[in-house]
Design a protein around this ligand. Structure first.
Ligand code: AP5
Length: 218
């Protein structure tokens, strides 16, 4: 699943993960954990992520490779935020061929009008305990009632969710990730979803496509 920063990849990824009971592999989330835990990888990528830049391909490729080979991914998985460069897309193909899953991949491109992104990102807050994603406009009540997933009352903002860094992330997306549309657009199993719609409608459109695709394949 790919699309601009703030388009809703993490939100849809979490819903899809619950619905299909398969893990969501968010490279952004994994990297943020590495930073929090002060690992070697975390130390190396902290500054890049703080500025909204892209972490080197070989670092994320290694992370994705090890996750895909974990047992909990045997029934499938949702990739959120990977691939993000053409090199990563080529790498993912090689990984899927190696696993015999090349024909089972579905690519979901979440498309949005760029002007909507800032308010989505600037209003975002996360559960500090489980990472569940919320928005000030729709979910501020959880600050009193607790996270809808784990009940925690501890919430946080991401340190790359600032105006200047958002601009940088969008610019990098346009330069490095946008070309993936060309790379994937003629593949069987490529879906463009209007992510301007509300969360439930976007979810319905994705699941309709996924269910139909796998019904047709069975
Ligand atoms: P990552 O964590 O992937 O950040 P991102 O791509 O910038 O995307 P976001 O997480 O900001 O947004 P999202 O699309 O998940 O939106 P969300 O669902 O939260 O990556 C962070 C960093 O890690 C990168 O900058 C890079 O440094 C590094 N990195 C990660 N992967 C990498 C890779 N492959 N290669 C190199 N570097 C990598 O939604 C946003 C808000 O909108 C929320 O508040 C939500 O409630 C709300 N919302 C969601 N959907 C809707 C809707 N339909 N209507 C209204 N509101 C909505």
């Amino acid at each position: 699943m790919f699309g601009m920063p703030g388009v809703g990849k993490g939100t849809q990824g979490a819903l899809l993960s619950d619905y299909y009971e398969i893990p969501k592999l968010s490279t952004g989330e994994i990297l943020r954990h590495e930073i929090e835990n002060g690992t070697d990888v975390g130390i190396r990528v902290a500054q890049i992520m703080h500025e909204g830049g892209l972490v080197p391909d070989h670092v994320v490729e290694f992370i994705v490779r090890s996750r895909i080979y974990s047992e909990d991914c045997n029934r499938g998985f949702i990739l959120d935020g990977f691939p993000r460069t053409l090199n990563q897309a080529v790498y993912l193909d090689s990984l899927l061929i190696e696993k015999g899953w090349f024909n089972s991949i579905l690519i979901v491109y979440l498309r949005i009008d760029e002007v909507k992104l800032s308010s989505r990102i600037l209003g975002r807050f996360l559960c500090a305990s489980c990472g569940n994603i919320f928005h000030e406009n729709f979910n501020s009540s959880v600050k009193v009632s607790g996270c809808s997933r784990c009940g925690s009352l501890d919430f946080m903002h991401r340190d790359d969710d600032e105006k200047e860094k958002i601009r940088n992330r969008i610019k990098i997306y346009q330069e490095q990730t946008f070309p993936l549309i060309e790379f994937y657009k003629n593949r069987h199993g490529f879906l463009v979803v209007d992510a301007d719609a509300n969360i439930e409608v976007v979810f319905k459109n994705i699941t309709f496509f996924v269910n139909k695709h796998f019904d047709l394949c069975n």
